[in-house]
Design a protein around this ligand. Structure first.
Ligand SMILES: Nc1ncnc2c1ncn2[C@@H]1O[C@H](COP(=O)(O)OP(=O)(O)O)[C@@H](O)[C@H]1O
Ligand SMILES: [Mg+2]
Length: 368
């Protein structure tokens, strides 16, 4: 039963081997709704990539910072080596930007924080640009993104527009205030350098970051360099969300051809549990729909484990399922099975014997 899908479409194999094989890939996004297993899958994929690529960096943009949980190792906003590896690095980026740290702006935090409230998303766009600038200068063979579940996963693709708007805003600010800009800036921040200088400096900075973002966005649209792996679970809402995500990716011209369906319960492992058997029937329904809808995708099924997937060893073991389709363990050997069957039958015979003895006693009493 579990092999129906593996055999169904011989054209596209049910693994992420294609991602490992395409050595031109530089940016690999892993995305989907919260709790489906994005972090588990992105870490697993990064581990597999580390085996075939020279150096791999995994970046989490999720405020929950769960790379640290997955690898059981504390990471920071600077890349650090994942223990047990020689070429796998991880960093956790704080999505709430600290603009006082935006490079090359002294005392700009207050002013920038102020204009950012009037240009939605500019703070986020600038901190993303800072990260990308840093990452691009670092020379990793490929970078895996464990994306945040909230909002639009692809909002970062609109960042050039956001920064463009920011530039226009600054321009009009400069024009309309003219010489008064210094007075305005004194009002906005106490420790600020000369107003007009400040605006020029800021415009220069935004312009430069806009360049960085435009460049990476162009790379994100190149399927030689970038692909997006969708992670989901076999349930109605997740199917629906995945379809939305895939349409959004198509709209932004981002390559996606892999869907990882996590937390699959395999019939061989349900035993006699009616709960599990019911869940399997439900999952089967959505699995069928995934296979119908995404014929031109590699669909990878990952097993629901009894335990969480935590620590480098667990991740390493789990990551194998991305490359070699999971096969449930064979059922217990027949000897064990017949033993328990024997015990069960003996128990039933004893029960029936007791019942017969009871009825015979009743019969004897009635005859008296
Ligand atoms: N197939 C699985 N079997 C068992 N536990 C899993 C599986 N996939 C993920 N988990 C666990 O579920 C929790 C959420 O997974 P995670 O990868 O952090 O999700 P996300 O990043 O999408 O929020 C983690 O504790 C993880 O260890
Ligand atoms: Mg996560």
């Amino acid at each position: 039963m579990s092999d129906t899908y593996a055999d169904a479409d011989a054209a596209l194999d049910p693994t992420l081997q294609n991602v490992l094989d395409q050595t031109s890939l530089k940016w690999i996004f892993v995305g989907g709704k919260g709790g489906v297993g994005k972090t588990t899958c992105s870490c697993s994929l990064a581990v597999q990539l580390a085996a075939v690529r020279e150096s791999v960096l995994i970046i989490s943009t999720d405020p929950a910072h769960n790379l640290s949980d997955a690898f059981r190792q504390k990471f920071s906003k600077k890349p650090s080596l994942v223990s047990g590896f020689t070429n796998l690095y991880a960093m956790e980026v704080d999505p709430t930007p600290d603009l006082s740290e935006v490079e090359g702006l002294e005392g700009g935090g207050g002013f920038l924080a102020d204009i950012s409230t009037s240009i939605p998303g500019i703070d986020e766009a600038m901190s993303f640009a800072e990260v990308m600038k840093q990452v691009q200068s670092m020379d990793y063979s490929c970078i895996v993104f464990d994306t945040a579940p909230t909002g639009h996963t692809l909002r970062l693709l609109q960042f050039p527009t956001t920064l463009e708007k920011g530039l226009n805003k600054l321009m009009s600010l400069k024009e309309s205030f003219g010489g008064m800009v210094s007075q305005v800036s004194r009002m906005l921040g106490p420790s600020m350098p000369g107003g007009e200088d400040m605006v020029d400096q800021l415009m220069g900075k935004v312009d430069q970051l806009k360049g960085v973002v435009e460049e990476v966005n162009a790379q994100f649209r190149n399927d030689e360099l970038t692909t997006f792996v969708c992670v989901c679970i076999p349930e109605f809402l997740s199917l629906y969300e995945t379809e939305r995500l895939i349409q959004e990716l198509a709209k932004f011209e981002i390559d996606s051809r892999n869907i990882v369906i996590n937390q699959v319960i395999f019939p061989e492992e349900a035993g006699t549990s009616r709960l599990l058997q019911a869940r399997i029937r439900m999952q089967q329904k959505y699995l069928d729909q995934f296979y119908d809808l995404y014929e031109d995708f590699h669909i990878v099924r990952l097993p629901l484990l009894e335990e969480e997937v935590r620590g480098p060893d667990a991740i390493r073991a789990f990551s194998e399922n991305l490359i070699h389709p999971y096969k449930p363990a064979p059922p217990p050997p027949p000897s064990a099975g017949s033993n328990s069957l024997l015990e069960e039958l003996q128990r039933k015979v004893q029960e029936q014997a007791a019942r017969i003895a009871e009825l015979e006693a009743q019969l004897a009493a009635a005859r008296r």
